[in-house]
Ligand binder design. Structure first.
Ligand code: XMP
Length: 428
């Protein structure tokens, strides 16, 4: 292993993720583990140079006094025990900085050797050790996390990986094509592509209640993936794009903060795979850096957030094929124009939605009842609140002109000026 590590043991501090980030920003790798880590787990962790007990000794959590086990205090590694109730947290401020640096570099003698190259090479080694000559399955959505996992596994075990890309018919324009091009053609992955569009749209026909639509899409996705998995023989491992924020429940019951098991997709137990989650210790920006280092295209690595149910929740009410196509085409125009005008990467999330209403308009000198399309462009830190991007008016006019000229059945374009709250980011 190429990296030194500072281990943070979680004694209830809400600062732990920020502290881990801070240590990583010093160039030293850091992980958070539960305060009751076993001796075995501790000794199996590679490169540990020192331990921070964060939250303080005898911190009370859920009415219980907690502390780390005796084996921690006797393990021979330097320990920094913190109880910053009432004092400045270690993760912020100049004093905290100085104290942290001094502990990491002087007391523990850690080397600043945490970088993507070392991370990738350590993970490749770990994946090979874990998987041996067995086969691994991955549901490859084309989102950032699953794409980076795929690239990492291809590098580590190549042909032993099978990726399944389920197209539920609710992806954005060009997405399945990009997944096939990047992974099958350029990276040589075993990629099973399932076009399940008809199956999903049949199940969704006539369903207008948003939560019901979400449930149908989620359940059908698992069913299709499961069917594909059962067709493949000899698979023992399931890879998942779990990332660090998924397993840190920040700010709540931090003693239980680091979960050992995380089944994101809700796949049925009887599939009986062992999980491989090579990104589970990375923050989102680190996942992107890893993707770039593995050679994934910028557009894939810096993709804006896209909901699992996809265009299904942007084709409002009961989904129809004509409106689904209209929302897909108008979204592609919006993305193209934002990219051309320097807004890609600047605006957090932008998309179009299509309501289930027609209005009267004029086309070819005749009255024409057609759909309208709504443009949404928002900025946010955590998606809990959001503000509307101040899109230049001439650009909005240009996009409107393109959508009404190029997208069949659309005669009006609206711009959503509502922040969150009161609106949510998505329309349903
Ligand atoms: P809202 O609409 O709640 O969206 O303000 C906040 C963020 O969550 C995304 N979103 C979803 N993501 N499945 C997902 O994976 C969903 O059902 C879903 N609904 C909303 C939304 O795109 C935004 O980034």
């Amino acid at each position: 292993m190429k990296q030194d590590m500072i281990l943070i043991l979680d004694l209830g501090s809400e600062e732990n993720p920020a502290l881990a980030r801070k240590i990583r920003s010093l160039g030293v790798y850091s992980e958070i583990h539960p305060h009751d880590i076993s001796q075995e787990t501790l000794s199996a962790l590679p490169g540990v140079k020192g331990i921070i007990l964060n939250g303080g000794r005898n911190r009370v959590v859920d009415g219980q006094e907690i502390d780390a086990g005796k084996h921690i205090y006797n393990c021979g590694l330097p320990i920094l025990a913190l109880d910053h109730k009432g004092s400045a947290p270690l993760a912020v401020g100049e004093d905290g900085d100085r104290q942290l640096r001094s502990f990491v570099f002087d007391t523990c003698g850690a080397e600043p050797n945490w970088n993507m190259e070392n991370f990738i090479s350590d993970q490749v080694e770990l994946i090979r050790q874990t998987v041996g000559d067995k086969k691994v399955l991955l549901a490859l959505s084309g989102g950032v996390d699953s794409s980076v996992v795929a690239a990492l596994l291809i590098k580590a075990i190549g042909a032993q990986l099978t990726c399944v890309h389920v197209n539920h018919g609710l992806l954005r324009k060009g997405e399945p094509e990009q997944v096939i091009k990047v992974f099958r053609e350029e990276m040589g992955a075993n990629l099973v592509y399932v076009d399940a569009t008809d199956r999903f749209l049949d199940k969704l026909a006539g369903v207008s209640e948003p939560e019901k639509k979400r449930k149908i899409i989620g359940a059908e996705f698992i069913r299709v993936f499961e069917e594909e998995a059962r067709k493949l023989s000899g698979i023992e491992f399931l890879a998942q794009g779990t990332i660090y924020p998924d397993i840190i429940e920040s700010g709540t019951k931090t003693v239980k903060a680091v979960k050992s098991h995380h089944n994101v997709g809700g796949l049925p137990e009887d599939l009986q795979f062992t999980l491989v989650e090579p990104l589970k210790m990375l923050f989102k920006d680190e996942v992107r850096a890893c993707g770039l280092a593995l050679g994934l295209p910028h557009s894939m690595v810096f993709r804006q957030p896209f909901p699992g149910p996809g265009l299904g929740v942007r084709c409002l009410g009961a989904i129809t094929r004509d409106r689904l196509e209209a929302v897909r085409e108008s979204d592609a125009i919006l993305r193209e124009e934002f990219a051309k005008n320097g807004l890609e990467g600047k605006v957090w999330q932008y998309f179009t939605a299509i309501p289930d209403i027609k209005s009267v308009g004029v086309r070819d000198n005749k009255r024409a009842d057609e759909w309208c399309v709504i443009i949404r462009a928002v900025n946010t830190i955590d998606a809990m609140t959001a503000s509307v991007e101040n899109v230049p008016f001439p650009l909005l006019q240009h996009i409107t002109q393109r959508i009404t000229n190029e997208v069949p059945g659309v005669n009006r374009v609206l711009f959503d000026l509502t922040p969150k709250p009161t609106g949510t980011i998505e329309w349903e």
